[in-house]
Write a protein that binds this ligand. Structure first.
Ligand SMILES: Nc1ncnc2c1ncn2[C@@H]1O[C@H](COP(=O)(O)OP(=O)(O)O)[C@@H](O)[C@H]1O
Ligand SMILES: [Mg+2]
Length: 264
């Protein structure tokens, strides 16, 4: 029988160094509650070590961590920690409004947890629908563990930062992923070259917390904005497209869905 790992000794050994190493970068993001979660993740072997911060944004910090994979070899994972000290509550409410799964009347901490849960469930849905996203592994309160998109230990770059080898092919790939997203009933709602990672030459769509269902009151507006951002980015790289062209390709199956809807 596997020996039960002590839950009391681990904090002394692991949490302190983490706290010391990370506070420089992450401000208040790693509060005691978050450290407890990370510690639980280490005790239960979801992650083996917590490595370094990759990014610190308005609503979340992303870290690289390492776990022992199914084959017994160490592999990197990405850990996204949603901040409680965020100024994004107003924005969050706009997306959560009309989404019956989330109750905006809860306190702010719960709202942030809902936000994390929304990103995780969208990632799961997209992964199953064959949209190219980092594979989601675990959600615990406000912490998501997912596939690390990187090579040689370093994260792959955002589409905004790379020189694309074949802009036309990447454009078609992104639009195809947007179509699959739409067909699965979701609008990303913050899609741009800043939320697409080019990993091993392919675009991966990230950052799904604000994703809404197609029946959200603002779904149409969010979709048009996403299409505009993508059209605009690729037009500047010489791809012949327009907001309308991207929109048409993304929603190409909508009529079929509507017919199905009516038949029910
Ligand atoms: N799975 C991942 N693998 C590697 N890097 C990632 C991953 N997810 C996010 N990142 C990096 O972290 C940054 C922030 O992640 P993102 O989900 O966009 O959060 P936010 O923009 O809300 O801070 C990204 O721009 C990217 O550089
Ligand atoms: Mg982002």
């Amino acid at each position: 029988m596997a020996r039960k790992i002590s839950k009391r000794k681990q904090p002394e050994r692991e949490v302190k160094p983490i706290k010391e190493r990370m506070k420089i970068y992450s401000g208040k993001v790693l509060d005691d509650k978050v450290l407890e979660i990370l510690n639980w993740m280490m005790n239960t072997k979801k992650i083996d070590s917590f490595d370094f911060p990759i990014s610190s944004g308005k609503e979340a910090c992303v870290f690289r961590a390492t776990r022992i994979g199914a084959d017994g070899k160490p592999e990197h994972v990405a850990v996204k920690v949603f901040k409680y000290e965020t100024s994004m509550f107003k924005t969050m409410l706009q997306y959560i409004e009309g989404d019956r799964k989330f109750d905006p009347r809860k306190n702010k901490r719960l709202l942030v947890n809902d936000w994390a849960r929304k990103e995780y469930s969208n990632l799961q849905l997209m992964h199953r629908a064959g949209v190219r996203v980092p594979e989601p592994y675990y959600l615990r309160v406000n912490v998501i563990v997912m596939e690390f998109l990187g090579e040689g230990g370093f994260q792959s770059a955002l589409m905004e930062q790379v020189v694309l080898a074949d802009p036309q092919a990447t454009y078609e790939d992104v639009v195809e992923n947007m179509r699959k997203t739409f067909d699965a009933g979701i609008i990303h709602a913050d899609l741009s070259s800043f939320n697409i990672i080019i990993h091993k030459g392919k675009p991966y769509l990230i950052d799904w917390a604000q994703g809404v269902e197609r029946n959200h009151p603002h779904a149409e507006m969010f979709l048009q904005k996403d299409c505009h951002n993508i059209a605009d980015f690729f037009q500047k790289l010489g791809v012949k497209t327009s907001d309308e062209e991207v929109y048409r390709k993304v929603t190409i199956n909508r009529k079929d869905d509507d017919r199905q809807e009516r038949r029910r």
